[in-house]
Design a protein around this ligand. Structure first.
Ligand SMILES: NC(=O)c1ccc[n+]([C@@H]2O[C@H](COP(=O)([O-])OP(=O)(O)OC[C@H]3O[C@@H](n4cnc5c(N)ncnc54)[C@H](OP(=O)(O)O)[C@@H]3O)[C@@H](O)[C@H]2O)c1
Length: 314
């Protein structure tokens, strides 16, 4: 089968199209004919060998797919690698039938980024109506969904984004205010936009951005950390946590893969919201399978908005 195989870690050129062996069937898993493979920022970390869970080479990247199984059932599912390929093995626990009301391009935005957005807001932050929340990369994959889900839940959303066009998009999706994510005075800008310290915040850049975001959180507030796109992990001062009675939690979606109820709850809510029109998935560029390197280059350059995917049939 055609697949993107990584034989070394490094820049996007390590993502090469090859003829690879078919996946070996395993108990509890389903073999899916892939149509779309989602591209996620996690794949950039895997390629650079900075992902939370190290991988062994040679490796087929890709942690979510949409496709068909058993001769026609349309499914979306999560994987631990193997997604950038014509066929992928999905654990049945993290594979869901896609309702007729939801298209393939919409479904591929929901498995990894949709579930992450939902559980970040409602499991990690326990966001309530009327609270304020900072959403970083508000025009990105997780961010576009988090902005809408938080706004629908009655929260006041402060969206961070790196360009004027992205900030406009975040406002269109329901953000109450937007802030330039690259600003040195990020803390002051968040405080200005929110009219004071915020109740809750999401953080995925790391380094100085983590510290600047945490500084804008009110005493007794909550922050959930789920990435370090800037490449630098942040350290938390326990003194700062005590002084302001802050809660900082971590989040990594694969920790929920064994929790069928948690993911079923979020998938049902996400499918329902897409079907009734209250949640918009934003389809970014769809690349041919052999263009995986270009997709990674674009993602690392911070230019795309919405969901990036590889069309495995092209
Ligand atoms: N822990 C988990 O389970 C989990 C699950 C899903 C995603 N994530 C994390 O969530 C984040 C978003 O993932 P995604 O797949 O939805 O990607 P994305 O938001 O579509 O794209 C990444 C965005 O991150 C922002 N960014 C900030 N600093 C950056 C830097 N130094 N280099 C590149 N981009 C930077 C950029 O937005 P601006 O230019 O607008 O700032 C960029 O567009 C990533 O950090 C990812 O690792 C974690």
């Amino acid at each position: 089968m055609r697949a993107i195989v990584m034989r070394e870690f490094g820049d996007p050129d390590v993502l090469r199209l090859e003829d690879a062996p078919e996946p070996t069937p395993r108990a509890g898993h389903a073999l899916v004919d892939v149509r779309l493979a989602g591209v996620n920022y996690a794949d950039v970390h895997v390629r650079g060998d900075t992902y939370l869970a190290p991988v062994e080479l040679p490796y087929i990247p890709g942690n979510e797919v949409v496709g068909t199984l058993d001769g026609g059932r349309r499914v979306v599912g999560l994987t631990r690698g193997g997604g950038y390929a014509e066929r992928a093995l999905l654990h049945r626990r993290v594979t869901w039938d896609v309702p007729d009301t939801v298209g393939d391009e919409q479904a591929v935005a929901l498995a990894l980024q949709g579930n992450s957005a939902w559980h970040l807001l409602f499991t990690a932050l326990r966001l309530s109506e009327g609270e304020s929340v900072v959403v970083p990369a508000a025009a990105g994959g997780v961010g576009t969904l988090a902005v809408q889900l938080a706004a629908r839940a009655g929260a006041k959303v402060i969206g961070l984004a790196g360009s004027e066009a992205k900030r406009r998009l975040a406002l269109e999706l329901g953000a109450h205010a937007v802030v330039d994510s690259t600003a040195e005075d990020l803390t002051e800008r968040i405080l200005d936009a929110a009219g004071g310290p915020v109740d809750t915040a999401l953080e995925m850049t790391g380094g100085a951005t983590f510290a600047r975001t945490l500084a804008a959180v009110a005493p007794r507030g909550r922050l959930a950390v789920y990435g370090f796109a800037g490449g630098e992990l942040a350290n938390v001062s326990t003194r700062e946590l005590m002084e302001r009675s802050l809660t900082v939690s971590g989040f990594w979606l694969p920790q929920l893969y064994a929790d069928r109820t948690a993911l079923q709850t979020s998938m049902r809510a996400l499918f329902g919201a897409v079907a009734d029109g209250s949640l918009r998935t934003l389809t970014g560029t769809t690349y041919a399978l052999g263009e995986a390197a270009r997709a990674h280059r674009d993602l690392a350059a911070r230019t795309p908005t919405g969901k990036l995917a590889l069309d495995v049939t092209r």
